[in-house]
Design a protein around this ligand. Sequence first.
Ligand SMILES: [Zn+2]
Ligand SMILES: [Zn+2]
Length: 220
Amino acid sequence: MIRNVARNVWQICGFPPSAVNAYPIEDVLIDAGIRWDRRMFFRALSGVSLRMVALTHVHPDHQGVAKAVCEKFKCALACHEADRAVMEGLEPMRPPTKPIRYASRLVAGPPRMVDWVLKEGDDVGGFRVIEAPGHTPGHVVFFREDDRLAIAGDLATNMNFITLRTGLHEPPGFFSVDPARNRESIRKLAALRPETLLFGHGPPLRDGDLWQRFAETRAR
Ligand SMILES: [Zn+2]
Ligand SMILES: [Zn+2]
């Protein structure tokens, strides 16, 4: 399923709805689901001329069909330098916890060479790259100034993974490399005053004040 969630931004959401998200923005696809999502992505993207797949971070539920989409659409792959070796299969997914190892085995896609390394301030489809490490070392947020829209990856989830209920949470500790650093990144994004936030997991959050409060209550 694909639906328009903001100007020039669509949400590809599988099942359960919004559990694992990816966002086509014009000719760039932000994130790429799990490896079993291939058909859904090809269908959702049919008729789109993609130039690039750009990843918020390299985790099994974000890079799953990255290689398949790059091959099918003959487009480039981008992620941050600090996650690049993982994407290219030179290092295992991080952190090296059991849940991450299981998820890698069950849902991760194959490695692929990274064509473009993202860094702070780069422009991707009209969005600015904001380095937001912690969940993984190379986690980034894509931020569009004019409507204060943030594609925030797994900086937080807007869904409880067990009950699937909507609500802001820090990602589970066993999925994050450095939770304290991730909290710094949550506050860094809050300083940009986003009004709408799109997450890797959960529905869009159209309440910037809620994000401010969430950031303020994250202990240092
Ligand atoms: Zn993640
Ligand atoms: Zn995720």
